[in-house]
Design a protein around this ligand. Sequence first.
Ligand SMILES: [Zn+2]
Ligand SMILES: [Zn+2]
Length: 173
Amino acid sequence: MKITLKPVGNVDNRIMEELREKLSQIFGCPVEIKSGIDSLEHAYDSRRRQYFSLLLLNNIKAKGIAKDERVLGIADVDLYVPELNFVFGEADVNYRAAIISLYRLRQEYYGLPPDEALFLERALKEAVHELGHTFGLEHCSNAGCVMHFSNSLPDTDWKEAAFCSRCHPKLKI
Ligand SMILES: [Zn+2]
Ligand SMILES: [Zn+2]
C-alpha cells in the first residue's frame, strides 16, 4: 500500500513535506508527493468565491489511481459542495481518493495571531481523517478519535491525529 499526496493549485512545499513525513508515520506505509492539478479555474464559482470540491476530486481521480494506492489532494483554497457553506475535505471511498482544504485551518482566517504548529496539526488531522475514509473507515462517535466528524475547528482541535482503539483495527492498509 502507498499514499500519494498531490498539490491542488499552489501549496507551500514545506506543508506538503511535513504532511508526507507525519502521514507515513501514522499509516506505516510509503508516502510520496507527486505533481497535482495546476489550474483550478474550471472549479471556481465566482458568486460563492469558492472552489467546487467534487470537480477537483474528479480531476484527481481522472489522473488514475493504482489498486494499492490512495491519493490525497491538498488545496490551499476554500472548497465547497452545493449543500454546504464550505468543506474541510471530502473523500471518494470507491475511487480511493480524497481532498482537503487548508484554507480555514489558519488562525489568521479568524482574525487571530498566526500559530504555525496549530495549523500543521489541524492539516494533519484533516488529512488523516479523509485518508481514513479511503481506507474503509466511517465516522466515529468518539470525539477524541480522528474519524470523528468535524463540523467546526473546535471539533478538529479537540480530537487527536490518531485512530481510536475501535477504528484502528478496521483500517484496511
Ligand atoms: Zn469524514
Ligand atoms: Zn474511532
